[in-house]
Design a protein around this ligand. Sequence first.
Ligand code: PHB
Length: 402
Amino acid sequence: MKFKNGLLVIAAAAVIGVSSVAKAKNVRVGVVLPYTGGAAQFGQQIDRGMSLYLSLHGDQLGGHQIELIKRDSKRPGGDIAKTAVQELITREKVDLLTGFVFSPNAMASAPLVTQGKVPMVIMNAGTAWIPNLSPYIARVSFTMWQAGVPMGEYAKNTLNCTSAASGYTDYPPGKDSVAAFKFGFEGAGGKVVDAIPMGGPREVPDFTPFFQRVKDAKPDCFYVFVPAGNHASAVVKTFSDLDMAGAGIRLIGPGDITQDTKLQGMGDSAVGMVTVHHYSADYETPENQTFVAAWKAAYGADTTPDFMGVAGYDGMAAIVQVIRELDGNISADATMDILKGWKFDSPRGPIMIDPETRDIVQDQHVHEVVKSGGRLKIKVLSSISQVKDPCKANQLGKCASN
Ligand code: PHB
């Protein structure tokens, strides 16, 4: 690590490839992730996913080299990431950009990506309309609507909840997630009786007053979006401390609140939670079992990938494909042509980048937290095949402008 122009710079970490190939190109990829602070656990997941893909498949670069130029976005606010992207484009002259855990960081960087004509592969940030902000953005992670809408439908149709409250971290993906839940739940005939903003993404708030308000309202279901991590652990703890299950309320949400890396620490009060998501390390497919075994071999038997790790892995697969197909000569338009319609057999299942929206198409699964063999586990209750982003499919709000 060194300091450069007042910015924390983590030096290029990976140069992989066969340097003796005659016309080998050095492709420079700017990686913008939180490497320090409370969200560093997310940066580490994605970074590990990217590195794992390169260590297993770096020989697929067509003889070229990939250089990862890493910058620490630190916080969700947008400003630090934007400065980093500016520097990566103008001074480091990167060919591609990737990373981006928090939606505001991707949103603030979008105009720079358009002006600089540098393609951006988003590995997390989930607000549905982000790809509409630039023709040079493609997303390999998820959209808040892909989980929110099916969760709303399942809550009404299968969990038999007729009323629900929602609580959300008060920034774009939180607002997006509860809008998606409402769309699915009310579309199926339920009624959302309250939607409660519960602090910001940077600090974990005391959830007690918000959860008490829900307990007093006594809805059948309580849908919660928080940006995973320590927020998710606190959600489950508060729900348990207030004995909301005892009051007949069901805790549901997108899989961010049952993140694999946090699940074991949540304790038995997580048992019975139902979430909808596109990944769990517990999936029993051969592709996922191979991936999880490789992860544990690389990073330790007590580690696990989660939905952020798999996005780092898949995003790097997309970048490697671009480098190989373009023979190392990266241009923004040619990159987007390859990413549009890109298909991959991910550990999460088959994925594709929708050529129309440049957003991910993937299966969604209803997850239940169960206890088995002394550990908490994700059991898949049902699945929906190849879900396109419902916000863009229905041309809703800011999703309509594509
Ligand atoms: C986001 O900021 O878009 C975000 C962050 C963490 C999540 C989901 C979405 O778990």
